[in-house]
Ligand binder design. Structure first.
Ligand SMILES: [Zn+2]
Length: 251
């Protein structure tokens, strides 16, 4: 049976809306130079070595092995190593925020492929993958935890165990957006916990934390402290993007 819906019919608008949701008219990863306002994948700055051995801050020039940036030399993070796939800046902002707040998941396969590249040394030593948890109230509002989406895909592609029950956010924290480095640290202090019945699961293990954007590293640091206190042998972190200039802090 063939039938048509009048152009101004609300049913047609609903059908078009549904189709846009299923098949976005313009992919997040479009490389069409004429695509107005769409982030261009080829302008994204990917991060690889050389970088700070601890936080993964990219260095311009090759240095001797295991060199730390100034910040990590002064204050070594609780996590062992953190790596990120690309720089969070003007070129990648829409890409990241579309995923973080806009519910766009059409880039997840490419995102995790790039995370696997940046974190290949970490993934080789990982026992368990754990996403940075959201508080339940934020999860209800946002409908999904973008770190868990990345973690699930990575675990599947790498054949690693995913664990979303051993690290929980026990209190609701303010958004980290707009806070100074010390404000961010205070905001997440004591915010995470490992339930007693999950301690055995992480005891002596090498954990890989997954998050979307690393800014000052305060959240990863708080998670790593909690996991190590609960018995984890090593805690590393792999993120989609990281801020390298304070001016680019996401909100
Ligand atoms: Zn560093």
């Amino acid at each position: 049976m063939v039938f048509s819906i009048p152009k101004e019919n609300p049913l047609r608008r609903a059908a078009e809306y549904a189709l846009d949701w299923i098949l976005p008219p313009q992919s997040l990863l479009s490389i069409d130079p004429d695509s107005d306002g769409t982030p261009l994948w080829h302008e994204v700055k990917f991060i690889d070595e050389p970088c700070c051995e601890a936080c993964g801050f990219p260095f311009e020039y090759s240095a001797q092995a295991e060199v730390l940036c100034l910040r990590c030399s002064a204050f070594r993070p609780a996590y062992n190593r953190a790596r990120s796939a690309f720089v969070y800046d003007d070129a990648s902002r829409d890409l990241v925020l579309g995923f973080k707040h806009g519910g766009r998941t059409d880039g997840v396969a490419l995102f995790t492929a790039q995370m696997s590249r940046a974190g290949r040394k970490l993934l080789n030593e990982t026992d368990i993958i754990i996403p940075v948890p959201l508080h339940n109230s934020r999860l209800r509002r946002r409908k999904y935890n973008q770190a868990a989406i990345l973690a699930r895909r990575l675990a599947k592609s790498q054949g690693l165990q995913l664990d979303t029950d051993s690290l929980l956010r026990r209190r609701k924290t303010d958004s980290q957006g707009g806070k100074s480095a010390s404000g961010r640290r205070r905001n997440v202090q004591g915010a995470f916990t490992v339930p007693d019945n999950r301690r055995e699961q992480i005891d002596g293990k090498t954990i890989l934390l997954i998050d979307d954007v690393m800014t000052t590293g305060a959240t990863l640091n708080a998670c790593a402290k909690t996991l190590k206190r609960a018995g984890a042998a090593q805690v590393e972190a792999l993120c989609l993007a990281r801020v390298v200039r304070a001016a680019n802090l996401p909100t």
